[in-house]
Design a protein around this ligand. Structure first.
Ligand code: BES
Ligand code: MN
Ligand code: ZN
Length: 482
């Protein structure tokens, strides 16, 4: 999908040739004197375009205008929620007609957040998964002209949003692919493909390499599967070496059966999504490749399958992590924290200014927050503020969760330094407490995206979250607006 930002006032918009002209109208809109304005004024006055947010009015071959179809979208207060719903409703309306070229026109200048929400909602509503279907439906909307009163003002946020959309779509693509089409090896190749872009490097470590590093926890999860593990390291270098990087660590379990502590059959297919964290890191690098900002970012993806077999790790086994801490694996289904802990230790070598991990870590987080907000854990104030702000600007929301030390009580073990599970209560928090033991050397944060990474049921599919949040977060380290 191709976006183009243009300056369009309503007089000019009326002359725009397009399959569909989508007019986004805030309640405060005052019509001018050109034909399009006159039409909008009449529609508002008559009540045919209701003043209720997200009301639509669909007009075929409007006289005197160059578009084949005009859709008026009432935005009400024009806040993010209404912009999203309005764009979603409009795309749902026009999708059956298979438009190729649409013009999305803001009658009044949007703020950065509204622009971001409108374009990401448009991309989301027109997305189709195709990779493993023999006769896939194709996305017809190829070209979107985005009209605003003054395009110069919005050039930078527009570029950021378009890059975010491309990153989100890459993340969705990899997350949606079935596990046999998205193995650790496939993910490693996807990362290597990103490294063709300027300033990006990729290195892939295999079993031998991680063995040498002493990643006993990661290897324990991988050992039950014939599919080889990969530890993917991406580096984006857009700033001088002296600037410490931000490290993103994405959980890359390409299928989580639970291992010997096997999961129930119902909905187990959804555990192909247990690499949504990894997919979001790939998505961020896709966006960095496009934007080329003056920052340094490292992406780490420990990737493997979690399967039962005669070689699989067993409940009660004790392994030694790269940090030297021993871990009693009481439940092989708590594998995410095992692959992440070694990646978090590995992250120390970059002397990072901050490390943020992203993981579909716990069912408990789904119970706590549902799919709307990701769970965010950190004791670092600066990071907490920056991540909350990034979530707000991208409307890719998260919510702060606690890390009191007493939550770690249940992780005590008689046979190792720490157990990989505590009881069921506060499961998202005890998982975060486990991770925290491996993060003493840098400011750290953790995003549990078990609820936000994909949707279940009839609308099953990856969301591409939290690429929007992550991109805004890493870009907040730009010293000047580059
Ligand atoms: N990948 C799952 C978490 C998950 C489950 C995400 C369901 C989304 C939906 C993770 O590896 C896991 O199995 N966690 C266990 C931890 C438990 C054994 C302490 C869980 O949440 O049940
Ligand atoms: Mn699991
Ligand atoms: Zn998992």
């Amino acid at each position: 999908m191709n976006f183009e930002l243009v300056t369009l006032d309503l007089a000019v918009a009326g002359h725009e040739k397009s399959d569909v002209l989508l007019m986004l109208l805030p309640a405060s809109f005052k019509p001018g004197k050109n034909p399009l304005s006159t039409l909008i004024g009449k529609a508002l006055k008559s009540g045919d375009l209701a003043d209720k947010p997200t009301s639509l009015l669909d007009i075929y071959r409007p006289a005197g205008l160059a578009c084949a179809r005009l859709v008026l979208v009432q935005l009400g207060d024009a806040k993010a929620g209404n912009v999203r719903k309005g764009v979603q409703a409009a795309i749902a309306l026009i999708k059956p007609a298979k438009p190729k070229q649409i013009t999305l026109c803001f009658a009044q200048a949007p703020d950065d957040q509204a622009l971001h929400v409108a374009l990401t909602a448009l991309a989301e509503a027109s997305y189709v998964y195709a990779t493993t279907l023999s006769k896939a439906e194709v996305r017809t909307i190829a070209h979107v002209k985005v009209g605003v009163p003054d395009s110069a003002d919005l050039a930078a946020p527009f570029a950021r949003t378009v890059a975010a959309v491309h990153g989100i779509e890459l993340a969705k693509e990899w997350a949606n692919r079935p596990a046999n089409h998205a193995t650790p090896t496939h993910l490693a190749r996807a990362a290597q493909a990103l490294a063709k872009s300027p300033r990006i490097k990729c290195e892939v470590l295999n079993h031998k390499d991680v063995h040498k590093l002493g990643m006993g926890a990661f290897m324990a999860v991988a050992q039950g599967s014939a599919e080889p593990l990969k530890f993917i390291e991406l580096q984006y270098k857009g700033a001088p070496k002296t600037q410490a990087p931000v490290v993103l660590v994405g959980k890359g379990i390409t299928f989580d059966s639970g291992g010997i502590s096997i999961k129930p059959a119902a909905e187990m297919d959804e555990m192909k999504y247990d690499m949504c964290g990894a997919a979001s890191v790939l998505g961020v690098f896709r966006a960095l490749a496009e934007l080329q900002p003056a920052i340094n970012v490292v992406g780490l993806i420990p990737s493997c399958e979690n399967l039962p077999s005669s070689r699989a790790v067993k409940p009660g086994d004790v392994v030694t992590s790269m940090s030297g801490q021993t871990i009693e694996i009481l439940n092989t289904d708590a594998e995410g924290r095992l692959v992440l802990c070694d990646a978090l230790t590995y992250a120390e070598r970059f002397k990072p200014r901050a490390v943020l991990d992203i993981a579909t870590l716990t069912g408990a987080c789904v119970i706590a927050l549902g799919g709307l907000r990701s769970g965010f854990f950190s004791t670092d104030e600066a990071m907490t503020a920056a991540v909350a702000k990034a979530g707000d600007s991208s409307q890719d929301l998260c919510w702060p969760m606690p890390l009191d030390d007493d939550y770690a009580e249940g992780l005590k073990s008689s046979f190792a330094d720490v157990a990989n599970v505590a009881g069921r209560p506060g499961g998202a928090i005890t998982a975060a407490k486990f991770l925290q033991r491996f993060t003493g050397k840098y400011p750290w944060g953790h995003l549990d995206i078990a609820g936000s990474g994909w949707k279940s049921g009839s609308a099953k599919g990856a969301t591409g979250r939290p690429v929007g949040l992550l991109l805004h977060y890493v870009l907040s380290f730009q010293t000047s607006a580059a």
